[in-house]
Design a protein around this ligand. Structure first.
Ligand code: GLA
Length: 748
C-alpha cells in the first residue's frame, strides 16, 4: 500500500530544494501530494481534482469529479503510447498545460518562437510549492522547457466553499534572448473520456444577448471566442458540459467554467480521436504575439472551473455563490443593488437641469434610491456624432454645473450616478483634434468608425493617465455614488504606431489595453472607495469574471422588452448571478418590438433581477405611480433573496414556451419568491402546476401575493414539503400575464 509522505519532504525530494508549503498533512480540503504516485490533489466542497507527473515528466490529468475520499490512492498517470505512428504519445496523452512541440496535434496551451528559429516547446515538471491565500489553498507547479530556461508556473487555487478552481499561468523567460509567445492559454481542463457529452454556451448580438445553445460534442472542435478587442455580445467566455442524456436542471454531471478576461479571448472545446475531451482557454491566439525580453514574464487571465453532480441548475448556483463571495469587488458581502432610475429611454441625449430634476422628483415618490443621468451631459454632445472625449459639463444644458442638481437629488433622498464612456472619442471633439494619434490606428490607413466614434488606445500611458485623471476629477469635484461605464463599439485597425513598426511590439496592445483598463478601475476604486461602477457595453457586450472583479453590476442588454428579457435573463443566469443583473422597467409599447405589456408584467419581469426603472415618468398616470410604488416596496422585501439567494429556473421561457417560472430562496431558507409569467393561454388549460425547490421540508411557509393570486382552493400555509411535492397552482389566464408570491416561514 502506498503512503503519502509529508508534503515538505516530497517537495524537497522532487525538486532538490525545500519549498514554501502550507501543511505537512494530507487534507480532506485543500491541496495534497502523494509522493509514491506523484499525484497532486485538490479537494473541496465534495469534489476532487487530481493530476500527476507521468514517466515522461509531463503533467497529466488523473481525475475531476465527485470527491473520492482521501483513502483512495489514485494510480499514477500513465502515458498513452498510442497505437499508430500517426498518434504520437505527446498528442494522445492529455496534459494539464501542453507546449506546442514534440508532435502535438491537439490544441496547445502555449506556443513560442525562439530567436534562433526554434518553435519547439516541450514542458516538463520541475518543482512545486503550496501556499495559503485568503481566496483559497494554492498550488504552483513549475514546468520548464526541456532545452531552454523558459519556465511556466501553473497556478491552481481551490475555493473551499464551492470547489471552484482558478487556474492561470506565469510564463517566465530566463533565456538570454527575447522569446515571442504566439499562444498563451490559462489552462487546459480535461474531462473523463467519453462520447456522451453536450456543450452549452451563450451567443448573441446587440439587443439580443444571452441565447443559450446546446450541442452534442462530436469529434472535432468548437471554438468560442472574441476577436473584437473586448468580451463581445456574440459569445460569452463561459461553458458548461453535461454528461449523459438524462441531465437536467437538478440532476447529472456538469463541468463548467468561465474566463476572467475582458479582451480577446478563446475557449476551444475539443474531442480528440481517442474520445478525450479538452477545454483550452486564455488569450485568443488570433493576431496574438507577446514578446518577452530576458527576465520578463507574462501572466495569463484566470480560467475558473467547477463540477457538480446536481445538474446545470446547481452549476449556475455554484457560480452565483462564487461570484458573490469571491469575485465581486465587495465580496464576500456585496451590498444589495440600489433601485435605480435611469433617464436614457426617457430623455435620450436631451438632458438638462430642469428636466432631470423633474424626473428625480417623480422617481423619489415611488421609492427609487439612486438617480442616474445617462448620455448627453458633457462636451458638445447633442447626439452620438460629437463630444466623446471632452469630459466637461455642457454649459448650455447645465449652466450651474452639476452641483445644484446633485444637491436636489440628495435632498430627495437618493444618491446620484453618472454615465461615462471613457475609452472612446468622437472625431468631432476637442480631444481628437488635439490628439489624433491617441486612437487605435495603422499609420496611413483609414480609421473605421462605429457609432461615429473611435477607440482611444488605453495601452498608451498618456491615454491611460488622461482617462484616469478626468474620471478622478469628476469624482473628486462632485458627489457621485455610481458610474455607468459604457463601451459602445468593438475594435478595428488595432495598431499602436507609437511603439514603432515592429508588429510584435504593437500586438501587445491586446494585453496592455485591458491591463490598463483594469488598473484604472482598480485605482478609481481605491481612491473613491464608496463609488460603485456598472459595466455596460451597448448592453451586455462586456460581462465576464474579469470586469466583475472591478465592477458591482452589469447591464445585460439594451433590449428592455419584458418578454424578450425573460430569455435574456434566463441565459444570463446560467453564468452570472442575478445580484449583478440590472433590469429596468421601461415604457410600453417597447421601442425594440412595439410590444404592449402592463406595468405589472414589466415589473415582475424586472424584479427577477436587480430592479431599476427607465420609463418616462413625465408620461405616467397617477395609477402607474401607485402600482410602481407598491411593487418597489414589495421588491425591497425580497431584494436580498432575489439578488443573493439561490435561483431555481423552474419553467424555461425558451423555445416557444408559453410560460416561465423562477424561484429564489434566501440562504437561511426563510423566504422564497416565486415569479410566474404567462405568454398566452390556449384552450382554457390552466397554468402548469409549479413545484418549488430548496425549501426546508418541515418548516411552514405562508404564501403572500406580491401580484396576482393562487387558485381558490390553495392553502394559505403549508410545509416546505407540500409546496415542493404537491406544488403551487397559480391563477393565470390570458396573454402576457404575470403573478408573483412570497413564501415566508411562519414563526411559532
Ligand atoms: C448604450 C447603453 C445605453 C445608453 C446609451 C447612451 O447603448 O447600453 O443604456 O447608455 O449607450 O448612449
Amino acid at each position: 500500500m502506498s503512503r503519502s509522505l509529508p508534503i515538505a519532504v516530497v517537495a524537497a525530494l522532487l525538486s532538490g530544494c525545500l519549498l514554501p508549503i502550507a501543511s505537512t498533512q494530507a487534507q480532506t480540503n485543500g491541496v495534497s501530494f502523494d509522493a509514491t504516485t506523484k499525484v497532486f490533489r485538490l479537494d473541496a466542497a465534495g469534489l476532487t481534482y487530481a493530476f500527476g507527473i507521468n514517466d515522461a515528466s509531463e503533467l497529466q490529468p488523473v481525475y475531476w469529479g465527485k470527491s473520492l475520499g482521501q483513502q483512495e490512492h489514485l494510480p499514477p498517470p500513465r502515458r498513452n503510447e498510442g497505437n499508430a505512428s500517426f498518434d504520437l504519445p505527446s498528442s494522445t496523452t492529455p496534459q494539464e498545460y501542453a507546449g506546442w512541440g514534440a508532435g502535438l496535434y491537439v490544441e496547445p496551451t502555449l506556443k513560442a518562437t525562439f530567436p534562433d528559429g526554434n518553435r519547439d516547446l516541450v514542458l516538463h515538471y520541475l518543482e512545486y510549492a503550496t501556499a495559503h491565500s485568503p481566496k483559497g489553498e494554492e498550488l504552483t507547479v513549475t514546468l520548464k522547457d526541456v532545452a531552454s530556461p523558459l519556465f511556466v508556473d501553473l497556478h491552481y487555487r481551490i475555493d473551499a466553499a464551492t470547489g471552484i478552481i482558478g487556474r492561470w499561468a506565469t510564463i517566465r523567460n530566463r533565456t538570454a534572448a527575447s522569446v515571442v509567445l504566439e499562444e498563451a492559454g490559462s489552462a487546459t481542463w480535461n474531462l473523463p473520456r467519453g462520447t456522451d457529452y453536450s456543450l452549452r454556451y451563450l451567443t448573441g448580438r446587440w439587443a439580443g444577448e444571452w441565447n443559450l445553445q446546446k450541442q452534442h460534442i462530436l469529434p472535432g472542435e468548437t471554438v468560442l471566442e472574441s476577436k473584437r478587442g473586448s468580451t463581445g455580445h456574440q459569445n460569452n467566455p463561459w461553458f458548461a458540459i453535461e454528461r449523459g442524456d438524462h441531465s437536467d436542471e437538478e440532476t447529472g454531471d456538469v463541468w463548467f467554467g468561465a474566463l476572467a478576461w475582458s479582451g480577446n479571448w478563446r475557449i476551444a472545446v475539443e474531442q480528440d480521436q481517442l474520445q478525450q475531451i479538452r477545454v483550452t482557454g486564455g488569450f485568443n491566439p488570433f493576431d496574438f504575439a507577446y514578446k518577452l525580453v530576458p527576465n520578463q514574464q507574462l501572466e495569463t487571465p484566470i480560467f475558473y472551473a467547477g463540477y457538480t453532480s446536481h445538474g446545470i441548475g446547481e452549476a449556475s448556483r455554484i457560480l452565483h455563490r462564487f461570484e458573490l463571495a469571491s469575485i465581486l469587488p465587495q465580496a464576500p458581502t456585496p451590498k444589495p443593488r440600489p433601485i435605480i432610475y435611469n433617464s436614457w429611454e426617457a430623455t435620450g441625449f436631451s438632458v438638462n437641469e430642469a428636466g432631470q430634476e423633474a424626473l428625480a422628483e417623480k422617481a423619489a415618490q415611488i421609492g427609487i434610491e439612486r438617480f442616474v443621468m445617462d448620455d448627453g451631459w458633457f462636451g458638445q454632445r447633442k447626439d452620438d456624432h460629437a463630444g466623446l472625449g471632452d469630459w466637461y459639463v455642457n454649459k448650455q444644458k447645465f449652466p450651474n454645473g452639476l452641483k445644484p442638481m446633485i444637491d436636489k437629488i440628495h435632498a430627495l433622498g437618493m444618491d446620484f450616478g453618472l454615465w461615462v464612456e471613457p475609452e472612446m472619442v468622437n472625431p468631432d471633439s476637442a480631444l481628437y483634434r488635439k490628439h489624433p494619434d491617441w486612437t487605435l490606428n495603422f499609420t496611413g490607413r483609414p480609421r473605421t468608425e462605429g457609432r461615429n466614434q473611435l477607440l482611444l488606445n488605453l495601452a498608451r500611458k498618456d491615454v491611460r493617465d488622461y482617462v484616469y485623471n478626468f474620471l478622478d476629477d469628476i469624482l473628486t469635484s462632485n458627489q457621485i455614488a455610481f458610474l455607468k461605464w459604457d463601451y459602445n463599439r468593438n475594435w478595428s485597425e488595432p495598431g499602436w504606431p507609437a511603439v514603432g513598426p515592429d508588429s510584435t511590439e504593437q500586438k501587445k496592445v491586446y494585453v496592455e489595453y485591458i491591463r490598463n483598463l483594469y488598473s484604472i478601475l482598480a485605482d478609481l476604486r481605491k481612491n473613491h472607495p464608496n463609488v460603485e461602477i456598472e459595466s455596460c457595453s451597448g448592453g451586455g457586450g462586456r460581462v465576464d469574471l474579469g470586469i466583475l472583479g472591478l465592477t458591482d453590476e452589469v447591464w445585460p442588454s439594451d433590449n428592455t422588452d419584458p418578454l424578450d428579457r425573460l430569455t435574456i435573463q434566463d441565459g444570463f443566469t446560467y453564468a452570472y448571478t442575478p445580484g449583478v443583473m440590472m433590469a429596468w422597467v421601461t415604457d410600453s409599447p417597447n421601442w425594440v418590438n412595439n410590444r404592449t405589456t402592463s406595468l405589472t408584467y414589466r415589473f415582475l419581469s424586472s424584479m427577477q433581477g436587480s430592479l431599476g426603472v427607465g420609463a418616462n415618468l413625465d408620461r405616467w398616470k397617477p395609477e402607474d405611480f401607485a402600482t410602481a410604488k407598491d411593487l418597489i416596496a414589495s421588491y425591497k422585501l425580497i431584494r436580498e433573496t432575489v439578488q443573493h439567494g439561490d435561483l431555481y429556473r423552474l419553467i424555461s421561457p425558451r423555445d416557444g414556451s408559453e410560460q416561465s417560472a423562477t424561484e429564489s430562496i434566501s440562504p437561511d431558507k426563510h423566504q422564497a419568491v416565486l415569479f410566474t409569467l404567462l405568454h398566452s393561454s390556449h384552450e382554457g388549460y390552466p397554468f402548469p402546476r409549479v413545484y418549488l425547490r430548496g425549501l426546508d421540508p418541515t418548516a411552514h411557509y405562508r404564501v403572500i401575493p406580491i401580484a396576482g393570486s393562487l387558485t381558490k382552493d390553495s392553502l394559505p400555509v403549508a410545509t416546505g414539503s407540500y409546496w415542493m411535492d404537491h406544488g403551487v397552482d397559480v391563477d393565470l389566464r390570458g396573454d402576457l400575464q404575470a403573478a408573483a408570491f412570497r413564501f415566508e416561514v411562519v414563526k411559532d
